[in-house]
Design a protein around this ligand. Sequence first.
Ligand SMILES: Nc1nc2c(ncn2[C@@H]2O[C@H](COP(=O)(O)OP(=O)(O)OP(=O)(O)O)[C@@H](O)[C@H]2O)c(=O)[nH]1
Ligand SMILES: [Mg+2]
Length: 192
Amino acid sequence: MKITSAEFLKSALKEVDWPRDSIPEIAFLGRSNVGKSSLINSLLGVRGLARTSSTPGRTQLLNFFLINSKFRIVDLPGYGYARAPKEVRAEWSSAAEEYLAKREQLVLSIHIVDSRHEPSKQDLQLHEWLLHHHKPHLIVATKSDKLSKNELSRNVKRAAHAFKSDNLIIYSATKREGRDRLWNAIEKSLKS
Ligand SMILES: Nc1nc2c(ncn2[C@@H]2O[C@H](COP(=O)(O)OP(=O)(O)OP(=O)(O)O)[C@@H](O)[C@H]2O)c(=O)[nH]1
Ligand SMILES: [Mg+2]
């Protein structure tokens, strides 16, 4: 896909503040610090559009980006960030959950996992939830540049087994690996 424009629209937590139109949306979700915001930037080819950080919990709100005036990308807060205060943690996850459960124009959820690590309990729970609620989704194993070829192949097999899915996209935000495959999947979901 050719990106002609990519702009940050707004950050929001509660439903009343989400954009009120029917433009299709693609959501990015996954554990805190897994590389969601970096993936969005590399996908769009715009450095610094989504804020990234080496400290987990950087993205605390739902961030909406308008792409080509046609669809939106939504950067959701990460889960599993243990150091946040309990009340804050509850509010983040409930906002992300509320979004996933309610948003009618959500056409695809992109579930990002770290290719180095075995899927966590929360990764598997989220996957189960998406399946159970018939939400179109795909799994992206990112930070592939941090592994050797052998390690990567072993880990991807392990993740495919854990998620009971052989449809994982391997990605690297630094090397831009997997970008074309991911764009193809996004374009398909926007057409259907
Ligand atoms: N080597 C490498 N580093 C990456 C990659 N993707 C992300 N990172 C690094 O991982 C750290 C976290 O990235 P973010 O994109 O901020 O992660 P996030 O999932 O948005 O984090 P939160 O918003 O805190 O939930 C940063 O230091 C990034 O530079 C990748 O593909 N390769
Ligand atoms: Mg982020």
